[in-house]
Design a protein around this ligand. Structure first.
Ligand code: FE
Length: 253
């Protein structure tokens, strides 16, 4: 499987501090059965400016270090792009990096609100040929319980990515409840680690898929994992329709 949201690059943002930490996270990824990680350093927020011209050579360098260390993990360039008033300027400057050179962009909202002009942003990006994935909406309390709003976004072709640690309960009850509820409503297309640190924000995903499998069954997990592979191929995602959640009936003759 792939991990499409991960702060694996050393010394670039608030993720891996140095090469040792990157190597440790990469080993965790391999243990989890991950073959490809899309690295998504923060871009365009108050603290970090990481245009594609910084991401691409950093990915090439880190890939070489993995090869030298015998770690069989492919890494691809990406970004987690903060949406703020400077968003369109950063877009026009050509600083955005899509996920693995697909046409998917990973957007991050402010932590307890969402942009007032979000429909305009979705519209403009669509016109320019981008597809939007929203990073970890379940950790944004302004979106809790906003079923109609999220349904509207998904209807506009927007995809939601939830964080594995939210699903496994490490960010508390509410993010877990919302993540699982939105999976069942068909809003969620991807699960990713958003790993920053090998211990406190590790690259663990299997626990989350176990929780999803226990609650909704293996077909749902398979669909979420397959959507990651579809991202690499720049294909559309499969939506989790009601059929995926039909309760098994026991028939007696
Ligand atoms: Fe992130």
């Amino acid at each position: 499987m792939i991990d499409m949201h991960c702060h694996l690059l050393p010394g670039i943002d608030d993720g891996a501090k140095d090469l040792d930490m990157s190597l440790e996270l990469a080993k965790q990824a391999v243990e989890e059965g991950i073959h490809t990680v899309i690295v998504t350093p923060h871009h365009n927020n108050d603290r970090f400016w990481t245009p594609s011209e910084i991401v691409i050579p950093a990915v090439e360098q880190l890939q070489m270090r993995f090869i030298e260390a015998g770690i069989t993990l492919q890494i691809l360039p990406g970004q987690e792009i903060h949406v703020n008033d400077a968003f369109f300027e950063a877009l026009d400057q050509g600083t955005f990096q899509t996920l693995g050179d697909s046409n998917y962009l990973l957007l991050e909202f402010p932590s307890i609100s969402y942009p007032h002009n979000i429909d305009e942003i979705f519209h403009e990006l669509k016109i320019k040929g981008y597809r939007v994935i929203i990073a970890h909406p379940e950790r944004n309390r302004a979106l809790w319980g906003q079923t109609n709003l999220l349904q509207d976004w998904v209807d506009q072709g927007v995809s939601l990515q939830v964080t594995s640690h939210s699903v496994s309960g490490l960010f508390g009850k509410k993010p877990q409840q919302e993540a699982l509820d939105w999976i069942e409503k068909g809003f969620v297309h991807l699960v990713a680690s958003d790993a920053h640190h090998p211990k406190s924000r590790s690259l663990r995903m299997k626990d989350a898929f176990q929780v999803i499998e226990q609650k909704y069954g293996k077909k749902v997990v398979d669909c979420l994992i397959k959507n990651g592979e579809s991202l690499l191929l720049n294909e559309s995602f499969v939506e989790l329709t009601a059929d995926f959640f039909k309760k098994k009936r026991f028939l007696f003759w």
